[in-house]
Design a protein around this ligand. Structure first.
Ligand code: SF4
Length: 250
């Protein structure tokens, strides 16, 4: 059966979601409700009609997505790129993702998945090893603060991350650095200690940006971070310094 997935965007020539030039597939559905989310249309697992009469979400089959990905094969090969599944949380559509990643591997394409890690253990352990790279979001070391920012506790996330590290999977932990959530030196120390305890060697910092603001208007939703200034690399020199024992980059 040609599995169908609910997708809200396919971004070609993506250079921020893993190595080289990539095609990023954005799947709908996310178990988190991050207050700063830049893709609020990703959260619902349903097709949504926006205020400008566009629809967020379209069902596509594995064959259709594969065909789009194969169009850029030359770019992947030249740049060391591939395909990244993003979201939302891609593992919320496990059968579609499993079928798609298997087809991509058969075609010799490097595969990555950006995951929140907030996924049932059996699904995470079934899907994570299928990918060449896990882009694993780590948002807070403190479970209560994690809950206040995202609507979920971080226990399941940390246990899935620890399991992936124990299995020797290739992981790039990524920290979205968010004002008034995890941008203090104490936050950086706690996050660095967590990553080192798990045995990870590198981390990517993703400074907060305001690119999602307009989407809240299109969804008729309030945005908790209206007017909050974006962070820039120069704002994060001290924060980055805390991760000195890890390879830390932007
Ligand atoms: S995990 Fe990502 S997609 Fe989900 S709510 Fe948070 S920022 Fe948005």
């Amino acid at each position: 059966m040609d599995q169908k997935g609910l997708i809200f965007n396919i971004q070609k020539f993506s250079i921020h979601d893993g190595p080289g030039i990539r095609t990023t597939i954005f799947l709908k559905g996310c178990p988190l409700r991050c207050r700063w989310c830049a893709n609020p249309e990703s959260q619902s697992s349903l097709i949504q009609t926006m205020n400008d009469n566009t629809e967020a979400g379209e069902y596509k089959t594995v064959s259709q997505v594969l065909e789009i990905c194969l169009q850029d094969m030359d770019f992947y090969l030249e740049s060391g790129g591939g395909v990244t599944i993003s979201g939302g949380e891609g593992m919320m559509q496990p059968d579609f993702v499993e079928a798609l990643v298997k087809k991509l591997k058969e075609a010799g394409i490097h595969t990555a998945i950006e995951t929140t890690g907030y996924v049932k253990e059996e699904i995470f352990q079934r899907l994570a090893p299928l990918f060449d790279l896990l882009l694993f979001d780590v948002k807070h070391y403190d479970r209560k603060k994690h809950f206040l920012g995202t609507g979920v506790y971080n226990d399941r996330i940390i246990s899935n991350l620890s399991w992936a590290a124990e299995q020797g999977l290739t992981i790039l932990p990524r920290i979205p650095v968010i004002p008034d959530f995890n941008d203090s030196p104490e936050d950086a120390k706690g996050l660095a200690a967590l990553l080192k305890k798990i045995g990870l060697k590198e981390v990517q910092l993703l400074p907060f940006h305001q690119m999602g603001e307009r989407k809240y208007e299109l969804l008729d939703r309030d945005y908790a971070y209206t007017g909050v200034k974006a962070l820039h690399l120069e704002d994060l020199a001290d924060y980055q310094a805390v991760f000195k024992d890890l390879h830390c980059f932007f």
